[in-house]
Design a protein around this ligand. Structure first.
Ligand code: NAD
Ligand code: UDX
Length: 485
């Protein structure tokens, strides 16, 4: 009998259950808040090593910005949702432990720049084995290389005295940032992978019972552990591949006078293809796509499949080229020199409705502009200055030590009009809705002429900007220039 066939069974009662989630990040916080909201009889505690992060979850300014999150957290915090650094205590108390820690790309050693670093996962497993005094269901929520669950099982078994049982499930998260709450409240699917034996099915059914409090049963898919782990990587690879595919076509459109938006609309109208993830852009960012594809690439190489690895690597290669190419077009339009020119970036987050800057295309564009000695101002409605500098430091290796005038060359400005004042160019990096509503006549009047607008998200009214007097360029189509008149 497969796990899927168990769905006709009556689900176990999980009222009174205690859930502990290790990792209070972009996934752990929102996911647990939604579980707490929909499962009032389950006590949910989120734990983390970082005291400042936990303090922020317990405050009125949450550590992450997500539309709708504040309301949900405030409605359950202190009732059945708790945030604490008392990790061991909560592990002891829990029936079910989610591991939702970060799994970044390795920066050194074997698989450097490609493989996922699962040291945080292993640290959690070792700690659980050390402190647990009763049987637990361990839920791997982090995105991990396929077969990580079996490594967790082995570590748990090797480090406990055998008196307690650990069932390890895979339950990858598919939320997207900026829409996390919506995605969690109405997920396209919940995926649960588990051991294909009696104890495994029992554990799977308990997790199914938690989600069944608000997710229709037919949308809760159960599989074996490896399929579940791999599906997460493959889902992200497919989504990112669509963006790189349309971005590759954007280059052809610019060369051939086709319009990438018209092409995307025509292609996406085929129900077999669908309209989503066909928005050409300056390049995808975020903490997941690049990391997970590179992880997939590394796995393929490890399993002796170099052709498959190369196929997926191209998705990242194309994305890198799109970011660089965008900057090259800017420089070329601005008469092949941007030395000392003020350039304003609108948006630094990797997408709208989040303050997350991880792997944002904006940082790469800023780096290329910095290499040409431009003076950069950045405006973003949600990005914190500290996060911006962290991104420059950890992703791009840019610090005051490598660039002595860094904090004069890149300045985060809190007013979009001020940021664009005297600038030679504005570049739209993030598709924030508010960018569409600015008074561009006023902005144009205060810019150095010719004033350039590079729309890296194709969100603005290009004809209107042209009529105001801007030299406008966007992704995937040729626009008229005042110089042609
Ligand atoms: P994050 O960096 O925002 O949060 C991870 C948290 O784990 C941090 O607060 C860190 O302090 C904590 N942590 C690390 N090691 C710990 C340990 N040993 N004990 C206790 N706490 C520890 O990461 P995130 O964005 O929430 O991602 C978590 C996982 O979910 C990753 O594997 C990621 O790939 C995956 N994922 C992320 C998203 C997303 O949109 N961010 C979506 C789906 C899946
Ligand atoms: C992604 C997946 O969508 C989500 O299912 C997974 O759980 C985590 O990774 P996220 O990275 O938060 O979510 O956001 P997403 O909406 O996928 O956007 C990723 C990047 O692609 C952003 O930089 C976005 O601007 C860009 N993008 C997206 C495009 O350039 N074009 C598109 O058509 C869609």
């Amino acid at each position: 009998m497969s796990a899927n066939e168990t769905k006709t069974e009556v689900l176990p009662n999980v009222d009174g259950f205690k859930i502990c989630c290790i990792g209070a990040g972009y996934v752990g916080g929102p996911t647990m808040a939604v579980i707490a909201k929909h499962c009032p009889n389950i006590r949910v505690t989120v734990v983390d090593l970082s005291q400042p992060r936990i303090d922020a979850w317990n405050s009125s300014k949450l550590p992450i910005y997500e539309p709708g999150l504040q309301d949900i957290v405030e409605s359950v915090r202190g009732k059945n949702l708790f945030f604490t650094t008392n990790i061991d205590e909560e592990i002891v108390a829990a029936d079910m432990i989610f591991i939702s820690v970060n799994t970044p790309t390795k920066t050194k050693g074997i698989g450097k720049g490609c493989a996922s670093n699962v040291k945080n996962i292993e640290a959690c497993a070792r700690n659980i084995a050390k402190v647990a005094k009763s049987s637990k269901i361990i839920v791997e929520k982090s995105t991990v290389p396929v077969q990580t669950a079996s490594a967790i099982s082995k570590i748990l078994r090797a480090n406990s005295d055998g008196s307690v049982d650990f069932q390890v499930l895979s339950n990858p998260e598919f939320l997207a940032e900026g829409t996390a709450v919506r995605d969690l409240l109405a997920p396209s699917r919940v995926l649960i992978g588990g051991p294909q034996n009696e104890a495994g099915f029992e554990a799977i059914n308990k997790l199914v019972a938690v989600y069944a409090n608000w997710v229709p049963r037919q949308q809760i898919l159960t599989t074996n552990v490896w399929s579940s782990e791999l599906s997460k990587l493959v889902a992200n690879a497919y989504l990112a591949q669509r963006i790189s595919s349309i971005n590759s076509i954007s280059m052809l459109c610019e060369a051939s006078k086709a319009d990438v938006e018209e092409v995307a609309r025509a292609v996406g109208a085929d129900v077999r293809i669908g309209p989503h993830f066909l928005r050409a852009s300056v390049g995808f960012g975020g903490s997941c796509f690049q990391k997970d594809i590179l992880n997939l690439v590394y796995l393929c190489e490890s399993f002796g499949l170099p052709e498959v690895a190369e196929y997926w690597r191209q998705v990242v290669t194309m994305n890198e080229w799109q970011k660089e190419r965008f900057t090259r077009r800017m420089i070329s339009a601005m008469f092949n020199t941007i030395t000392s020119k003020k350039i304003c970036l609108y948006g630094f987050a990797f997408k709208k409705d989040t303050g997350d800057t991880r792997e944002t295309a904006a940082a790469y564009v800023a780096k290329y502009l910095l290499d040409e000695d431009a003076m950069i101002t950045i405006y973003d409605p949600k990005v914190e200055e500290e996060d911006m500098w962290m991104e420059f430091k950890y992703t791009l290796g840019i610090t005051e030590a490598t660039h002595p005038n860094l904090k004069k060359s890149i300045v985060l400005v809190h007013d979009p009009y001020e940021a664009a004042k005297d600038a030679h160019a504005i570049a739209i990096m993030t598709e924030w809705d508010e960018f569409k509503d600015y008074d561009y006549e006023k902005i144009f009047a205060n810019m150095t002429k010719p004033a350039f607008m590079f729309d890296g998200r194709n969100i603005l009214d290009h004809q209107k900007l042209y009529d105001i007097g801007f030299e406008v360029q966007c992704i995937g189509k040729q626009l008229p220039s005042h110089f042609d008149e």
